[in-house]
Design a binder for this molecule. Structure first.
Ligand SMILES: Nc1nc2c(ncn2[C@@H]2O[C@H](COP(=O)(O)OP(=O)(O)OP(=O)(O)O)[C@@H](O)[C@H]2O)c(=O)[nH]1
Length: 862
């Protein structure tokens, strides 16, 4: 045979490279296509030759021509530019390797130079750490970053054994069932109880009566446990896991939001039959928002139609995060027995009444050997795409060792580039322990996650928090709960130690508070402790604060960003049936509002009604029910109302003069400028462009206040205004009659006039709706959605289920749950999530405006 190496460089690397190069899209603007095309051509010739067709000479000539072509197309500097522009070091290597293979003389130097740069950068960071290490003694200095790179060995050993994780997933995927097993296998609970089980006890983490009755999680619940895992030398290592089980229903999404804000990693559970579902997509978005690394667990492997590989494909395609199985199931559905661990190539089975023991064997069932080899190869290939070291092993055609594989999975998972997929059945007590091993092996410890705070004393400069017990304390209050002993505040300690009896400072108002009691939560039970170290989660009593407040030792001026709070989309009027309950009613309202930032209470002075707003019908229903159970207040509620919005139609200039002279001091304010749409139906914008001081700063501030007040209650139907901007660029002031009040009022009047003139519109919330039901009901469900004016975007048909993705106006969806239940014999499910605001149909707008005007007129008459 001719020497291909002499012509093409490293053919083995190329052969390996080809499938992935042609298949994958490259991050950023860069595409590998031009290279892959040429490589593919060369390889086609190579294959043709090795199978006997064509001749070595032809290949040599052809390949040489290819090389010439590439040489003509790309100069060394342009290849280098491409390399520099590429975000992923791995892709860069792949690209350089492929290019170098084709053009050893021309591009290899570019490759080498880029690799040199990487080396330099790595060395630079190492030496920076060494320099900064010296500053570790002074924690407030910029040594924070250095400390992170050079963890003190004792702290490092402590943190290495801590994991803060959340369990998040679509409704009913088995989060609570799975957590129950975790608590049982770690010895936290003595027996397993099922969600809605026959023993009527209920799962540990669903502690609220309502949760147990309805079989759904409403509030996230925190717990902790210790998991013992053997290390490489066979020595038991104990890991401390703080765990938060979150609700699946979108109505309680704030619970997921705040849990993910403070956790270091997550287990994303999927149903083996349904795969990626609507809420999985929401949870994925939330995990991305807070950069939370995740492992995936495909649960319900015992269900008919279970297919973990379909779920993995969907993680790759729908969630667009590279995923690969680290296990292969042994049997499926009611014959599901256990899993093969692809890293160690061992079969794992659960033994014992509740699956408490794991039996491990090298004997992999014969019929699974091939699929295990295939899936292991896929795991390595997927990792090679996202991890440099694995890419090198892959390109060298070497077989990674267990340690190399495990290390690559860990790096890629923590780097948010990959999710390893485990599988099992929580209900059948199978394969939950290996998932726990995965938590320890692949999810980060607190020192491996970057947590930033803003230093108020240094112009809000970003500082990395260091999870050292010895450093000054920084913690974030992420959840509040009313308990029999007063307010319970959940705190994630990011730095330093929180001690019982110590004083901490609230960064929002600089108030000093004493911490009288610290507890570790175990669902609704607590365990008193005297201190909590950095990187841990606890709850404290007697610390009055709001959700999202940062606490420090008082020396540091740090504050941390809070979590994302979605706007409520639905409201209803509410009042206690009996006036004697008014005091309890107010107490409950105040408490619920403090605990849940997505639950809002307002008083409408015009209708003299209390209005509660939230994320959906279920959300508000639960609070009405809790009021009855926990406060013994029966309430009357009005029809649910949509949270409409109003927006300006076009640009309108204004020149408004407010002038009143009624004896004594008068009112005088003149404002000039224009109002126009901001372009996006989101926040409003106020701007002043005064030159020459025709309106003073003080009065401009009053103008802004007037603008904000106007945006709170739009002129069309009294709902909030969105996407509207106001610019004031001139005006006039009177020596004695001008006042802040006059300018505020003048701005409100100008706003009203210009807004009404602009051909404004009423906006309604559009909801992303996903309906799933057995296939035989597909026609009925489509008819139901059409009747409600939904726009159907996509339909997926599974083995015996279908899923419809639609956009619906919230207004058209009231009462949909009972219609769906009736149309599908109770087997249909749907989820609805706010998507965006859109103009309501003209007829709806007209009706709403007429209704509002009539109510106003009636009130005026009165
Ligand atoms: N067949 C089967 N059913 C399961 C499995 N795990 C959970 N379930 C059932 O699925 C239902 C929902 O389980 P949960 O644990 O409440 O699910 P969840 O995700 O916590 O539910 P929400 O928090 O309300 O979203 C219950 O009826 C469980 O018994 C499993 O592995 N196999």
């Amino acid at each position: 045979m001719f020497s291909l190496r002499s012509v093409l460089g490293a053919p083995s690397a190329l052969r390996q490279l080809l499938p992935s190069v042609s298949r994958r899209s490259i991050p950023g603007a860069l595409s590998l296509r031009p290279f892959s095309h040429m490589i593919r051509n060369s390889l086609t010739r190579l294959r043709a030759t090795s199978s006997g067709t064509g001749s070595a000479a032809a290949v040599t000539v052809g390949a040489t021509r290819q090389i010439e072509q590439v040489r003509g197309m790309k100069t060394r500097s342009s290849v280098k530019r491409l390399c520099d522009g590429c975000k992923s070091q791995n892709f860069l290597r792949l690209r350089c390797a492929s290019t170098a293979a084709l053009r050893p003389s021309g591009v290899a130097p570019a490759y080498q130079s880029v690799m040199r740069q990487w080396e330099q950068r790595r060395n630079a960071s190492a030496s920076a750490s060494a320099v900064l290490e010296a500053a570790a003694a002074s924690p407030e200095s910029l040594s924070q970053a250095a400390i992170i790179d050079n963890l003190d060995p004792i702290e490092a050993a402590r943190l290495d054994k801590v994991r803060n994780i959340g369990i998040a997933a679509h409704i009913d995927s088995g989060k609570t069932t799975c957590t129950e097993r975790v608590l049982f296998y770690t010895g936290r609970i003595k027996a397993i109880h099922e969600v809605r089980g026959r023993d009527a006890v209920g799962a540990k983490m669903d502690s609220m009566d309502l949760e147990r009755e309805k079989g759904i999680t409403i509030q996230s619940a925190a717990t902790f446990c210790d998991w013992v895992k053997k290390d490489k030398e066979g020595v038991d290592q104990k890991y401390h896991i703080n765990l938060i089980d979150t609700p699946g229903h979108i109505d309680f999404t704030i619970e997921v939001e705040r849990a993910l804000r403070v956790l270091d990693g997550a287990v994303m559970i999927l149903c083996a039959v349904s795969g990626v579902q609507s809420q999985t997509i929401t949870v994925d978005r939330q995990m991305r928002r807070y950069n939370v690394p995740r492992i995936s667990f495909v649960n319900k492997m015992d269900r008919m139609g279970a297919n973990p590989f379909k779920a993995i494909d969907q993680i790759n395609t729908k969630l667009k995060i590279p995923a690969a199985a680290v296990q292969v199931p042994i049997g499926a559905e009611d014959e599901f027995e256990g899993v093969v661990d692809l890293i160690r190539m061992k079969a794992l089975y659960n033994k014992g009444e509740s699956g408490e023991e794991i039996f491990e064997t090298d004997v992999i069932p014969e019929h699974l050997k091939e699929v295990c080899e295939e899936r292991r190869a896929m795991l390595i290939e997927t990792l090679a795409d996202v991890d440099d070291e694995m890419a090198e092993i892959f390109l060298d055609e070497a077989v990674p060792t267990e340690d190399q594989l495990r290390a690559a999975i860990r790096r890629a998972t923590i780097g948010l580039k990959f999710t390893p997929v485990f599988m099992g059945s929580a209900l059948a007590n199978k394969s939950v322990q290996p998932m726990l091993d995965g938590v320890v092996d692949f999810l980060p410890n607190p020192s491996e996650v970057e947590n930033l705070a803003l230093d108020q004393k240094r112009n809000e400069a970003s500082v990395k928090l260091v999870p050292y017990n010895s450093l000054p304390f920084v913690g974030l209050a992420f959840k509040l709960e009313e308990s029999n002993f007063g307010q319970l505040t959940y705190i994630r300690v990011y730095q330093g130690t929180l001690r019982k009896g110590s004083n901490v400072f609230n960064a929002r108002n600089n108030k000093k508070v004493k911490v009288p009691r610290i507890v570790r939560m175990h669902s609704n039970e607590m365990e008193e402790v005297s201190e909590i170290g950095a990187g841990e989660i606890c709850a404290v009593f007697g610390v009055e604060c709001a959700s999202g407040d940062t606490f420090t030792d008082g020396q540091l001026g740090y504050s941390m960003s809070s979590m994302f709070v979605p706007e409520p989309v639905i409201s209803l009027s509410i009042k206690p049936k009996q006036t004697k309950d008014a005091a309890n009613f107010s107490k409950a309202m105040a408490r619920f509002q403090r605990e849940d930032p997505t639950f809002r209470v307002t008083y409408d002075s015009e209708s003299e009604q209390t209005i509660i707003s939230g994320m959906g019908e279920l959300h508000l229903d639960i609070y009405v029910e809790r009021m009855r159970r926990e406060y013994r207040v029966d309430c009357e509620t009005g029809q649910p109302q949509v949270a409409y919005r109003e927006t300006i139609g076009r640009r309108v200039d204004f020149d408004h003069l407010l002038k009143k002279q009624t004896g004594g001091a008068g009112d005088y304010a003149r404002v000039m400028g224009w109002m126009e749409p901001t372009g996006v139906l989101e926040d409003n914008k106020f701007e002043q462009q005064i030159v020459g001081g025709s309106i003073s700063e003080k009065f401009l501030y009053a103008c802004e206040k007037g603008f904000n007040l106007s945006c709170e209650k739009g002129p069309l139907i009294g709902h909030k205004v969105l996407g509207t901007s106001m610019v004031i660029n001139d005006g006039a002031t009177h020596m004695t009659d001008s006042s802040e009040m006059a300018f505020k009022n003048a701005t409100q009047q100008a706003f009203r006039k210009a807004f009404v003139e602009s051909n404004p519109a009423v906006l309604e919330p559009l909801m992303k709706t996903v309906v799933t039901a057995p296939s035989e009901f597909q026609g009925d469900v489509i008819a139901l959605l059409n009747k409600r004016g939904a726009t159907i975007n996509d339909t997926e048909t599974g083995v015996d289920e279908f899923t419809i993705y639609a956009d619906c106006s919230l207004n058209g969806m009231f009462g949909f749950s009972s219609n769906l239940r009736a149309a599908t014999q109770g087997k249909g499910e749907y989820t609805m999530e706010f998507s965006h605001y859109e103009k309501a149909p003209p007829q709806v707008q007209k009706e709403l405006i007429a209704k509002y005007q009539k109510a106003q007129a009636d009130r005026n008459k009165k």
